[in-house]
Design a protein around this ligand. Structure first.
Ligand code: SF4
Length: 374
């Protein structure tokens, strides 16, 4: 295992924000625990963790959340984003859904995220104010997984990715590391995959860097952490997340702790200066992750920016000052197999992005395996 420490590289990275001061971990202002959630061991444990962090916990007498739908939309948004609700996942969450091209199945620990990304993919799927709801019935969620062993259509059926086993993606409706300090859910899930003697892999991607609680877990190499990255020059689109330099350092520490790792370069944005920005990002990655332990098996996932009419309307209301381009310029419609319409980049823009970024990765990150471009 390589023991090189990445700290000395921080100053080399192209992040315009002041360096060295760590992004603080998230502390919700308000923690609500529903009556049903309190009946679950994990629900009570989250309440106790929050109280140990000095956060007052409101134990509710019912399962109805006191949601603020006040007149001032900005304040309601800010209050929702700083609230953690501990709830019981509905039965539908225990019936897993496929999640190509990332993984065979989706496993949800929570719904919602405290960060403020102006492209957030959750905007089209969350209903109501963006409170983060974490699931108390983690034991039931974990117990549902074995029924899906060997059943997926992505890694379970792919010659190239068969070595990953049956894969379960935990980042579809939340950033699980963002909420880990107060929930402990991710550590519990990683440990349960460590105990699961089967060809399986838990996957999560994150824009956060607080990996300390994960380093000493008995993960047995059955969890792959990916850092979700964009050039530091585009940091204005990723409010409330950890700096890119911190995310890269965190990924290196996780690799040194024996986890397989990956990069999710997402969402790839064709904003002015994107060639320099993504070229700089690939250089920064190479500087920190150029020599990794063999267990790291680094992969790359490349996801371009897209939005739906519904997510655009929500994001326009949440982030009215954002200069993220969601106009029709250089876009085309793409229809999903469920009939929904997404705006993706048009063919010339998509082709230019793909050629440039894949060429940079091949030249400067030759050990990294590209899993897909979308
Ligand atoms: S970190 Fe991810 S989930 Fe959280 S706001 Fe940003 S894009 Fe959304």
């Amino acid at each position: 295992m390589n023991a090189r420490r990445p700290g000395a590289l921080v100053g080399m990275l192209h992040d315009p924000r002041p360096s060295l001061r760590s992004t603080p971990i998230w502390r919700p202002r308000r923690v609500l625990v529903t009556a049903s959630a309190l009946a679950h061991r994990h629900g009570r444990s989250i309440a106790e963790r929050a109280e140990a962090m000095g956060i007052a916990v409101e134990r509710l007498h019912s399962d109805r959340l006191p949601v603020d739908r006040g007149e001032d939309a900005r304040k309601a948004y800010a209050r929702a984003k700083s609230t953690l609700a501990v709830v019981v996942a509905p039965p539908s969450k225990l019936r897993l859904q496929p999640i190509a091209p990332s993984a065979d199945w989706r496993v949800d620990l929570a719904e919602g995220c405290p960060a403020h990304c102006s492209y957030c993919y959750l905007a089209g799927s969350l209903k109501g104010p963006p409170i983060t709801r974490v699931y108390a019935n983690l034991d039931e969620i974990v117990a549902a997984l074995p029924a899906y062993l060997g059943q997926g259509a992505v890694t379970s059926r792919s010659a190239e990715r068969a070595g990953e086993g049956t894969t379960f993606e935990a980042s579809c409706y939340t950033d699980p590391l963002a909420i880990e300090p107060v929930t402990g859910s991710l550590s519990a899930l990683i440990s349960s995959f460590g105990r699961w003697e089967a060809p399986v892999q838990l996957r999560f991607t994150t824009k956060f860097a607080s990996v300390d609680p994960l380093l000493d877990l008995d993960h047995r190499g059955r969890t792959r952490m990916r850092a979700s990255l964009n050039p530091a020059a585009f940091a204005r689109f990723e409010g409330g997340t950890s700096r890119v330099a911190e995310r890269l350092q965190a990924l290196r520490r996780i690799a040194e702790a024996g986890y397989p790792i990956g990069l999710t370069i997402a969402p790839i944005i064709a904003a002015d200066g994107w060639q320099d920005a993504y070229g700089g990002l690939v250089g920064d990655i190479a500087a920190v992750l150029g020599d990794l332990p063999a267990t790291a098996d680094p992969t790359v996932e490349l996801i371009t920016h897209r939005y739906t009419p519904g997510s655009k309307a929500v994001l326009d209301s949440w982030y009215p000052g954002s200069d993220l381009d969601m106009s029709a310029d250089r876009r085309r419609e793409k229809r999903t197999r469920f009939g929904a319409v997404k705006q993706v980049y048009d063919a010339p823009t998509m082709g230019a992005l793909k050629r440039f970024i894949e060429t940079e990765i091949a030249a400067r990150l030759p050990a990294m395996r590209i899993l897909y471009w979308t």
